[in-house]
Design a protein around this ligand. Structure first.
Ligand code: 15L
Length: 277
């Protein structure tokens, strides 16, 4: 069986993935940041540390076939923090993968790499990137970095533009963006098992009736989602939408309004713009 490393194992998604893989008896090393992980089972392979430190990365990747890289800042934050956690640490991780001969990295990108598209647009995997903040921008950079390590060093990467990965969809935006936990685990299983993926970008989204994102072109991964946010639509639509007008207009939702300074007229014009070529 392949040895898997999971960074960000103490985080919201990392804890879900860690618990599931440990329960299945997958050979796993789980890493957290500053706070040590309490082993879920006796003898669990756990560690923690700062991924900007090559020695920490060395420990994380020793003997590993596939890294699931979930560590990093996962929301909009001041730029220096994003640079440290999402840019500098990512370079260290890929350099470590290169030294240690790690075959494949699953890189947690985000829908915020394209958050400035209006909700009226449907996007393929080859759409132009339109980040909705510094966090989204760091994911654009991460995807390009992953591409470079495939092109120059032959390290495979699956960049997953995660939508809203929560247990249950709770708001209207989730009807399009939801990535159910069962689908996430199936997705990661495919990321480990699929042959010869090379470099690939995939939307991390369930089979939502109202999805904005089309995974055509990523068939070789064999990801076949079965969850659909529509099952929760009635209850969701009976409640008020928590997003303001701007958040309801753009795919990035609430992230779009952070440090947004265009006038309402400009927002109208941008939302009415024809799709990018
Ligand atoms: C993300 O990238 C965030 O990490 C997560 O907290 C959610 O905001 C999610 O996107 C989303 O867009 O729902």
């Amino acid at each position: 069986m392949k040895k898997i490393a999971l960074s960000g194992a103490g985080g919201q998604l990392g804890s879900v993935v860690r618990a599931a893989l440990v329960a299945r008896g997958v050979p796993l090393r789980s890493a957290a940041g500053s706070r040590p992980l309490v082993p879920l089972v006796e003898g669990e392979d756990v560690m923690h540390g700062d991924l900007r430190d090559p020695a920490t990365v060395e420990r994380l990747l020793d003997g590993v076939d596939v890294l699931i890289h979930f560590a990093g800042t996962s929301v909009e934050r001041p730029l220096p923090e994003i640079i440290d956690n999402n840019l500098r640490a990512l370079v260290e991780v890929y350099e470590g993968a290169r030294r240690q001969g790690v075959r494949r990295v699953v890189f947690a990108s985000s829908n915020h790499a394209i958050g400035m598209y209006p909700v009226t647009e449907h996007l393929g995997l080859d759409c132009a990137l339109r980040p909705d903040g510094f966090y989204g921008l760091s994911k654009v950079w991460g995807e390009a970095l992953a591409r470079m390590y495939w092109d120059k060093h032959g390290i495979e990467s699956i960049c997953v533009r995660i939508g809203s990965c929560v247990e249950r969809p709770t708001e209207p935006r989730h009807l399009s963006t939801w990535f159910g936990h069962r689908d996430l685990l199936h997705f990661l299983d495919r990321c480990v098992q699929a042959q010869d993926v090379g470099f690939i970008t995939v939307w991390g989204v369930s089979a939502n009736t109202r999805s904005w994102w089309d995974n055509s072109g990523a068939e070789r991964l064999g990801y076949q989602p079965t969850q659909n946010a529509e099952d929760y639509a009635e209850a969701i639509l009976a409640r008020p939408n928590p997003l303001d007008a701007l958040g309801q207009r753009f795919q990035g939702g609430g992230f779009v309004g952070i440090d947004y300074s265009r006038t309402t007229d400009a927002v109208d014009a941008a939302a009415a713009m024809p799709p990018a070529a």
